[in-house]
Design a protein around this ligand. Sequence first.
Ligand SMILES: [Zn+2]
Length: 197
Amino acid sequence: MQFPEKISKMVEHFSRWPGVGEKTAIRYVLSLLRWNHDDLHALSSAIAELTLLKRCQECGLISEETTCDICKNHERFLHKTICVVEGVADCFAIERSGEFKGAYHILGGVLSPLQQIGPNELTIDKLLLRIERRDIREVILALNPSVEGDITCSYLRDVIPLKVRVERIGMGIPMGGNLEHLDVLTIHKALENRRSL
Ligand SMILES: [Zn+2]
């Protein structure tokens, strides 16, 4: 049986969600069909409004304005500490833990010679500028444990001025593990067990 095109189109959209296969996507669309029109319109405009979000010009976090709430908050820079993460989801995960009171920097990935991701593909230059401009004394590398993560940490230690302390978050995160999927307690432990690079 063929679905009407409008349904197939929505199934295709939902199938792009992480962890959603075709069967689940079909279930989602069929459940939408039971919603009333007002709720469907509200959902579609909420999705359209996502296009209004920006990237913070300082740290790269998703933000309503050109500078995010964290970068606007002077208190977040009092400790002169920046936590470097691969992506936005990692930042939200650490924020959820409530454990870190400094500022963030979104790297945009990790160095990967195989995928031809070099320093210029990441926001490393911007990070160095921020360290200088904000007089940052400590950088915490909260990169996911992987070969590429290790390479990136060594590279960052090499390019960050020696007077700045560079630490990597600790064990507890398994190799290949991902920060964004960790529970608050594991993140708390990882931040606690930092080691100097
Ligand atoms: Zn920001």
